[in-house]
Design a protein around this ligand. Sequence first.
Ligand SMILES: *Cc1c(COP(=O)(O)O)cnc(C)c1O
Length: 499
Amino acid sequence: MRTRPVVNINEDLIFERSAPGKVAYSLPPLDVPDTDPKSVLTEALLRDEIQDFPEVSEFDVVRHFTRLSTWNHHIDIGMYPLGSCTMKYNPKLNEEVWRLAGISNCHPLQDPSLAQGNIQIQYELQQLLKEITGMAAVCLQPAAGAHGELTGILMVHAYHDAKNQKRKFVLIPDSAHGTNPASAAIAGYQVKSIPSNSDGRIDFERFKDTVNDAVACLMLTNPNTLGIFERRIREIADILHEKDALLYMDGANFNALMGYTRPGEMGVDVMHLNLHKTFSTPHGGGGPGAGPVAVSSRLEPFLPLPLAAKTADGTYYYDFQRPKSIGRVRAFMGNYGMHVRALCYILSCGSSGLKEISETAVLNANYIRHRLQGLLDLPYSEASLHEVVFSDKLQIKKGVKTFDIAKRLMDFGFHPPTIYFPLIVPGAIMIEPTESEGLQELDAFVDAMKAIVKEAEENPEILARAPHKTKLRRLDETRAARQPILRWRRKANKDRPPG
Ligand SMILES: *Cc1c(COP(=O)(O)O)cnc(C)c1O
């Protein structure tokens, strides 16, 4: 069985590599006149407090950062089965394409006539996301899923404002991601929570009884955070539309549906996509994210501006002529580099590839479900899509909690799954292997889980103190949150000024 490497090093030696005279670069001799910075920069731009830079060689720098990268788990060293967060492979091809000089060096204020290809990239991505979701229009600006939610809810607000309607409530199932109620509240709504039924789906009757003309919209995650498909979705949309309320779909779990069904055909009015989940752009330390919003024709006029657009003669431009727009939600055009990577991903997969992604994501989650069933408690028996939610109900009898299982997984070289979410499952363990993992890796994960379940039976103390092999052991999470130490500081040294 695999275990993670143990790195024992003297931290002072690792961090303190500086010595006078070491340099990490070599430049050709200056062939222009030397200038004093004070003659070109204003006083305000000159910062005296920045001094005492480390003096290190290039090798020192490379080793330092490479070593740091091995102290943390990341998708490029092992499986990262973080349910709902979809940590999949970030294809290196996407990185190659983004690094093309004409793409990565283009200034956001470049004149559109000199950036036609760059605008085309965003235009094509908008078009493809429209096609994939079946929605009427797409805006790429939001910088994350939660930002997409806020953008969507602000559009719902603008929609009712334009009709002079005052709406007070946003309905959200109790299984939803915490960002849903947060986004609704920031947009000025009161949240009404709708309970889930014993299947793990929204309680349809309760929903139906709660809809009235004070409701702005329902925010529904589909498949929901239990990995279960929300049925009667067309009926749900019709009930809302009858009261001129709208249907928001949280599309963070879209890798379960892509290529099989389209939210536009379910009656969805607005959804966000997480390019950093479904469409393979890096996240979890590798970000930034991108959370495009897709809307039905009802909300199209309210989309943020500008949108990437194309004239009849094929010229690309940014369209600012959108009088009903809610305005900008992000500087320039959002996290452009992520748009490039997502377009690259979609084009390299093609439509059959996108469908295969959903298929494999669902297959992989069901493989894990099948192999761990019986060892871990499965609170909902409904069919799983791309993720499966277990609980610690069987292990808690021995005093072993979800938290301990998650920590112990790190000793086996795996990132822990999402834990204690969704909130409706006590001690939830939410596993999403994604489509990127092969059979060997899935089996290794199952073996690790089996070994941990056995330890929970026979030797629970091992779990109570896990992890044992990571650089840092079990942290005092409260202290880490209250008194975070976010950077290394050199120990006081009388020979040096404090840095
Ligand atoms: C990840 C996620 C979000 C929020 O997306 P961010 O990009 O992290 O802001 C919202 N809803 C669900 C279901 C998610 O999984």
